[in-house]
Ligand binder design. Structure first.
Ligand SMILES: O=C(CO)[C@H](O)[C@H](O)COP(=O)(O)O
Length: 233
């Protein structure tokens, strides 16, 4: 039996072509993609330059011999491959389970194409079932939390580790609040409204950014979801 995350990752990595400048995501599914790209660099002599969305992914890419650059060195990226926590209507995504949502969104917006890779568990409905991560400035964060609580009652500061009294800190020194919304009826509107809160730096809702989503399955097949329809590859 194959790992569905790896199946999706290997399919996505086929879209990486020689000479491309690519974005690499964060998380356990993106890790399979980093590995698959690294193998192509080593075995096929594939030439790519990559921007990593987190320090973890950067370290992993370096270990696999993938040449890394700073995002400021380029105008745009050809392609980014990243995971997601939940996939919703019209390819709206919840991202940030790994805490990298800010860099992931900057990289996604800079990319001509964003391929999302995941297993089927990520398309369970209703959209909003997965907690929505929000990156917040530490200064005055409890006041920011109260504003977030106007949208849902359960808003939890992410701890550094499950029982740690210390908050989790992102690569950019931000806190993460996880909003337990249960359902999100209008993702673009919610993103816009949450971003109006001054202490909020970024929201883990990715609307209109994904070009396609690839779902991997144990038997090795992949289903592709495009904005409006899906197909078996
Ligand atoms: O957004 C992310 C990290 O910030 C990840 O892409 C998301 O959490 C999915 O992770 P995984 O592939 O481990 O399920």
């Amino acid at each position: 039996m194959l790992d569905p995350k790896e199946v999706a990752a290997r399919e996505a990595v086929k879209a990486v072509k020689d000479g491309m400048t690519i974005g690499i995501g964060t998380g356990s599914t993106a890790a399979f993609a980093i590995r698959a790209i690294g193998e192509r660099v080593k075995l096929e002599g594939l030439h790519v330059r990559a921007v990593a969305t987190s320090s973890r992914s950067r370290e992993m890419a370096a270990e696999w011999g993938i040449p890394l650059i700073d995002l400021c060195e380029v105008e745009a990226l050809d392609l980014t491959i990243d995971g997601a926590d939940q996939v919703g209507p019209n390819l709206s995504l919840i991202k940030g389970g790994g805490g990298a949502l800010l860099r992931e969104k900057i990289v996604a917006q800079a990319s001509r194409e964003l391929i999302i890779i995941c297993d089927e568990t990520k398309r369970q409905m209703p959209f909003g079932q997965h907690p929505l991560p929000v990156a917040v400035v530490p200064f005055g964060h409890t006041l920011t939390r109260r504003r977030l609580e106007r949208f849902c009652q359960k808003v939890l500061l992410r701890p550094k580790a499950p029982d740690s009294p210390e908050p989790y800190l992102t690569d950019d020194g931000l806190y993460i609040y996880d909003m337990h919304m249960e359902t999100i009826a209008d993702p673009p509107q919610l993103e816009q409204r949450l971003k109006q809160i001054v202490g909020v730096v970024e929201v883990g809702l990715f609307n209109g950014l994904a070009s396609r989503v690839l779902f991997g399955f144990h038997d090795g097949h992949v289903e592709e979801l495009l904005p409006e329809h899906s197909a078996r590859l």
